[in-house]
Design a protein around this ligand. Structure first.
Ligand SMILES: Nc1nc2c(c(=O)[nH]1)N[C@H]1C(S)=C(S)[C@@H](COP(=O)(O)OP(=O)(O)OC[C@H]3O[C@@H](n4cnc5c(=O)[nH]c(N)nc54)[C@H](O)[C@@H]3O)O[C@H]1N2
Ligand SMILES: Nc1nc2c(c(=O)[nH]1)N[C@H]1C(S)=C(S)[C@@H](COP(=O)(O)OP(=O)(O)OC[C@H]3O[C@@H](n4cnc5c(=O)[nH]c(N)nc54)[C@H](O)[C@@H]3O)O[C@H]1N2
Ligand code: SF4
Ligand SMILES: [Mo]
Length: 751
C-alpha cells in the first residue's frame, strides 16, 4: 500500500484472483471506500493489462446479494444467524449422520475459486482430513485432471507440466483453448492478446485448432476447424508423419527420455489419412503442419480445455507433450518449459530428478466403480452416490466455493440429488443454484478483504514471478476470515465441537511444516531448532505465517539466514508490484520427480488406451450434431453474472450454429432452438454464424440462473440456460474420470 496526496485517499495494489492470468490491480480508495480499479502499470508481470472483469472486484464487494453473515435454513427460508449458531447447526445436523453412517456418508466438492485462494489452498486440506471421507470431488474432473495425470506419468509430478513459452517461440499451435477470451489456463500469463500480437509482430506463426473460429483463431496465421474430440487423433497423426519422415529429434531432453522405441506403437494406424474422418482435417494439411513443426527454429504445441474435457482427454494431453518432446522443443526457450516457482512447487523440493511418481486408480466409487485419481473421485459420479439407495450412500454434502449444479454434467440429476440430502453446508458468497440446497451457508470475505498469493498457478507461469498482496480492506467486526472458517470446520468434523479455536489448527499446521523442514536434509532449515524458526515466524498468524515459511524455504528464499538477500514475506510486502525472478530456464533433469529419474514417453496405461482410439477409427460414424462449449471475456464460470456491467447488452447465452444447419432447420438468429441430449433438453436462442463448422453447435456454460430460492437479482434477469443439462454423466475419459463437456451428441429442432 502506498499513500497518495490527500490523507483520505490511497492506492492499494493487489493481484486479481478471478482467473489464472493474475493481473496486477491498482485500487484507489477514498475514505476507505473503493472508488476505482485499474490495471497496475508497474506490475512486473501484467504491466497494466486487465480484462473487463478485473475492475469489478469493486462491484463484487458492494453487491447487496453477496452474503456477509452466516445463513441457516429454517422452515425452508434462510435466516441470518451468528457464527456460533451456524456452527452449532452444523454440529447438530451433520455429526449424528456421520456417527450413524460413517465418514463416507458425507461428500465434499471443492470448486474452482479455491485454486486462486490462499485460505483454500492452505486450509482445505485440514477440513478434508478432518471430515475423513473418501467421497472427495472437485472441479478438477471437469477441467485439468487429464493434464495432471499425463504430467504425473511422464515427469513424475502432476504440476510438473510444461508451459508454452509464447514470448520466445517462433511457432505456436493452440488446441482447444481460446486465451483471448479466457486469458489462458495452465499457462499463467497476463495479456495473452498482447503476447500473441508480439509473436506475430516478430514474424512468428500461430495455428489455432478449434471447431469454432474463436477470437484467438481470428488472430491466427491459420485456423484448422477440427471435429470435436478429434485432437488426440490429430496429434497421433502429427507423430505418425514425424516418425515416418525420420524427423524425430529429442533435442537436449534426449539423455533423460525412455520409451522412444515405443513410438512406432503409438503411431501405428494413425496416418493422417486414417484419422481424417474423425478429425475432419485434410491429410495433406496435417502432413504439412507436422513438417512445419519440425522445421520451425522453435515451436510449441499447447492444448487446453477443448483437449482435456473430451473422452480422450488424457491421451490428448499426453500427446501434446510427446509432440513437443520429439520435435526437440521440450525444455528449451521458445518451446515448452518448466517454471521454477518461488512457493509450493513439489518440483523444487528434495534432491531433484527422482521422486515417487504417480499412483492411479487405488480405489473405486460405490455405485459405478469409477476409479480415484489424486485422491478424488470423478464428479460425474457425485449425483449417483447421493441418489442410489444403500446404507452407505452419501447423505451429507460440504460444498466449498463451488456451483456444481451449473458446472458439472447431468445437472438436473445433481440438482434433484442435492435436494434430497439429509444435510448440506456450503462455504460461499452467494445463495445460488447449488448453495440454495444448503442447510447452512458460511460466507467468506470478499476478495478485497483477503490477502493473495497464487500458490498454484504461479507454478505454471510463463516467467518466474512472486507477488503477495495483503488484504485491501479489513474484516468487519466479528467477521471470520475464510481460513478461520475452514479451520473451525476442520475441528468440528474431527469431533472437537462447534466452537473450536481456529488458531489450534493454524499452529499445528505451521509446527508440522517446520518440523518437516528441520528434519529434511534438502531443506535450507535442516538441522535448525524448530522453536527458533517458529519464533521468527510468530509475528504473523494464518495464511501469512505459512506463506512466509514457504517463501523462505523455497528456491529463492532467505532460508532463515542461509541466504540473507533471499525472499521473505517482508521482502514481498515491500514489492507491491511483484518481483520478477527472470525468464524460464531449462530445468532438465532436475525438475523431474519420476522413480527412475527419466521422462516416460510411453506410459503403459496410455499406450493401452490408444486401443480405444483405434476402435473409434474403425467405426467413425458421423454424428448428427455435437455440442461444444465456449467462454466469453465478460463471464467467469458460473458466478459473475450478478455484476450488471458484465452481463448487460446483447444476450450471450446463445446457441452458435452454422448457416447451412440453420437453413436446414429453418431458423434464424434469435429463434428458439430445442437441443436434446441423452440426459436432458433445453431451449436456447440461435446465433447463426459461419464461425462454427457445420454439424457442431456451441453453448457457453455457467448460465441458467432462474432457480427458485437463489438470491441473484441481476443474474436472474439475464438467466440464460444451463448447458450442463445436456452434458452426460456417462460420457467421460476413463483414465482421468474427466467429463466430456465437449463433443456431446445432441439433436436439434426449431423450438
Ligand atoms: N459445459 C461445461 N461445463 C464446465 C466447463 C466447460 O468448459 N463447459 N468448465 C469447467 C471448469 S474448467 C471449471 S473450473 C468448473 C468451475 O465450476 P465450479 O468449481 O463449480 O466453480 P464456479 O462455477 O466458478 O463457482 C464458484 C462458486 O464459488 C463461489 N465463490 C466465488 N468466490 C469465492 C470465494 O472467494 N470464496 C468462497 N468460499 N466461494 C467463492 C461462487 O459464488 C460460486 O458458488 O466448471 C466446469 N464446467
Ligand atoms: N473470461 C473467462 N475466462 C476464464 C474462465 C471463464 O469462465 N471466463 N474460466 C477459467 C477457467 S476455470 C478455465 S479452466 C480456463 C479455460 O480456458 P480455455 O481452455 O482457453 O477455455 P475456452 O475459452 O472455453 O476455450 C476452449 C476452446 O476449445 C474449443 N473446443 C471445444 N471442443 C473442442 C475440441 O474437441 N477440440 C478443440 N481443438 N477445440 C475444442 C472451443 O470452441 C473453445 O474455443 O479459462 C479460465 N478463464
Ligand atoms: S484477465 Fe481479467 S479476470 Fe483474469 S486476472 Fe486479469 S483482470 Fe483478472
Ligand atoms: Mo477451470
Amino acid at each position: 500500500m502506498t499513500d497518495t496526496a490527500a490523507p483520505n485517499q490511497r492506492s492499494a495494489f493487489r493481484t486479481c484472483p478471478l482467473c489464472e492470468a493474475g493481473c496486477g490491480l491498482e485500487i484507489e480508495l477514498v475514505d476507505e471506500v473503493v472508488r476505482r480499479i485499474r490495471g497496475d502499470q508497474l506490475d512486473v508481470f501484467s504491466h497494466g493489462f486487465i480484462c473487463p472483469k478485473g475492475s469489478t472486484l469493486r462491484q463484487l464487494h458492494a453487491d447487496p446479494d453477496r452474503i456477509t453473515r452466516p445463513l441457516v435454513k429454517r422452515d425452508g427460508e434462510f435466516v441470518e444467524v451468528t457464527w456460533d449458531e451456524a456452527f452449532a447447526a452444523i454440529e447438530s445436523g451433520l455429526m449424528p449422520l456421520l456417527e450413524a453412517h460413517g465418514r463416507d456418508a458425507a461428500a465434499v466438492y471443492v470448486g474452482n475459486p479455491n485454486a486462486h485462494n490462499l485460505a483454500g489452498l492452505l486450509y482445505n486440506r485440514a477440513l478434508i482430513k478432518g471430515l475423513g471421507s473418501s467421497n472427495l470431488f472437485s472441479a478438477s474432473t471437469v477441467d485439468q485432471r487429464p493434464k495432471e495425470i499425463s504430467a504425473g506419468l511422464m515427469f513424475g509430478n502432476v504440476l510438473t507440466l510444461p508451459v508454452p513459452d509464447i514470448d520466445r517461440t517462433d511457432h505456436l499451435i493452440v488446441l482447444g483453448a481460446n486465451p483471448v477470451a479466457s486469458n489462458g489456463s495452465l499457462a499463467t500469463a497476463p495479456d495473452w492478446p498482447g503476447r500473441i500480437d508480439a509473436l506475430l509482430a516478430r514474424g512468428g506463426t500461430l495455428v489455432v485448432v478449434d471447431p469454432r473460429r474463436s477470437e484467438t483463431a481470428e488472430l491466427a496465421t491459420e485456423h484448422l476447424a477440427i471435429r470435436p474430440a478429434g485432437d488426440a487423433f490429430f496429434l497421433a497423426s502429427l507423430l505418425h508423419v514425424l516418425v515416418a519422415e525420420g524427423r524425430v529429434d529429442l533435442g537436449t531432453a534426449e539423455p533423460y527420455v525412455r520409451g522412444v522405441d515405443e513410438l512406432a506403437r503409438v503411431v501405428d494406424g494413425f496416418s493422417p489419412e486414417a484419422t481424417s474422418a474423425v478429425t475432419g482435417l485434410d491429410p495433406d494439411v496435417v502432413t504439412r503442419i507436422a513438417r512445419e513443426l519440425a522445421d520451425a527454429p522453435t515451436a510449441c504445441v499447447y492444448g487446453r480445455i477443448g483437449t482435456t474435457t473430451t473422452e480422450y482427454g488424457t491421451v490428448a494431453s499426453w500427446l501434446v507433450d510427446v509432440v513437443n518432446l520429439v520435435t526437440g522443443n521440450l525444455d528449451r526457450p521458445g518451446g515448452a518449459m518448466f517454471t521454477k516457482a518461488a512457493v509450493g512447487a513439489a518440483n523444487t523440493r528434495g534432491p531433484g530428478r527422482y521422486g515417487r511418481g504417480l499412483k492411479l486408480h487405488r480405489r473405486t466409487t460405490r455405485v459405478r466403480g469409477l476409479p480415484e485419481t489424486l485422491g478424488e473421485y470423478p464428479v460425474v459420479a457425485l449425483a449417483e452416490e447421493i441418489d442410489t439407495p444403500g446404507d452407505d450412500r452419501v447423505r451429507a454434502f460440504v460444498c466449498v466455493a463451488g456451483n456444481p449444479v451449473l458446472s458439472t454434467p447431468n445437472s438436473e440429476r445433481l440438482d434433484a440429488a442435492l435436494a434430497s440430502l439429509d444435510f448440506m453446508v456450503a462455504v460461499d458468497i452467494y445463495v445460488n443454484e447449488t448453495t440454495r440446497h444448503a442447510d447452512v451457508i458460511l460466507p467468506s470475505p470478499s476478495a478485497l478483504q483477503k490477502g493473495h498469493y497464487d500458490i498454484a498457478l504461479l507454478q505454471l507461469a510463463l516467467r518466474n514471478v512472486a507477488n503477495y498482496s495483503p488484504p485491501v480492506l479489513p474484516l468487519e467486526d466479528g467477521q471470520l476470515d475464510e481460513w478461520e472458517v475452514f479451520a473451525r470446520l476442520a475441528l468440528l468434523f474431527q469431533g472437537f465441537g462447534p466452537d473450536g479455536d481456529p488458531g489450534i489448527v493454524d499452529d499445528a499446521m505451521v509446527a508440522a511444516m517446520v518440523e518437516r523442514g528441520v528434519a529434511d536434509e534438502h531443506s535450507p532449515v535442516y538441522g535448525r531448532e524448530a522453536e527458533v524458526i517458529l519464533d521468527e515466524l510468530s509475528v504473523r498468524r494464518g495464511p501469512e505465517r505459512i506463506l512466509d515459511f514457504m517463501v523462505r524455504t523455497g528456491p529463492y528464499g532467505d532460508g532463515f539466514g542461509a541466504r540473507p538477500d533471499g525472499l521473505t514475506l517482508d521482502v514481498l510486502l515491500s514489492h507491491p508490484h511483484g518481483i520478477d525472478l527472470g525468464p524460464l530456464e531449462p530445468r532438465l533433469p532436475e525438475a523431474l520427480r519420476s522413480p527412475d529419474g527419466m521422462i516416460d514417453l510411453a506410459p503403459e496405461v496410455l499406450m493401452t488406451d490408444l486401443g480405444r482410439l483405434r476402435d473409434r477409427l474403425a467405426d467413425a460414424v458421423a454424428q448428427p450434431f455435437v455440442l461444444v462449449g465456449r467462454r466469453h471475456v465478460r463471464s467467469n464460470n458460473s458466478w459473475m453474472h450478478n455484476v450488471e456491467v458484465l452481463v448487460k447488452g446483447r444476450p450471450r447465452c446463445t446457441l452458435q450454429i452454422h448457416p447451412d444447419d440453420a437453413a436446414e432447420l429453418g431458423i434464424d438468429t434469435g429463434d428458439p432452438v430445442q437441443v436434446e441430449s441423452r440426459v436432458g433438453s433445453l431451449t436456447a436462442p440461435a446465433e447463426v454464424t459461419d464461425a462454427i463448422v457445420p454439424g457442431v453447435v456451441s453453448l457457453p456454460h455457467g448460465w441458467g440462473h432462474a432457480a427458485p430460492g437463489a438470491r441473484l437479482s441481476v443474474a436472474a434477469e439475464y438467466a440464460g440456460v444451463n448447458s450442463n443439462l445436456l452434458s452426460d454423466d456417462q460420457q467421460f475419459d476413463p483414465i482421468s474420470g474427466t467429463a466430456a463437456l465437449n463433443g456431446i451428441p445432441v439433436a436439434l429442432s426449431a423450438g
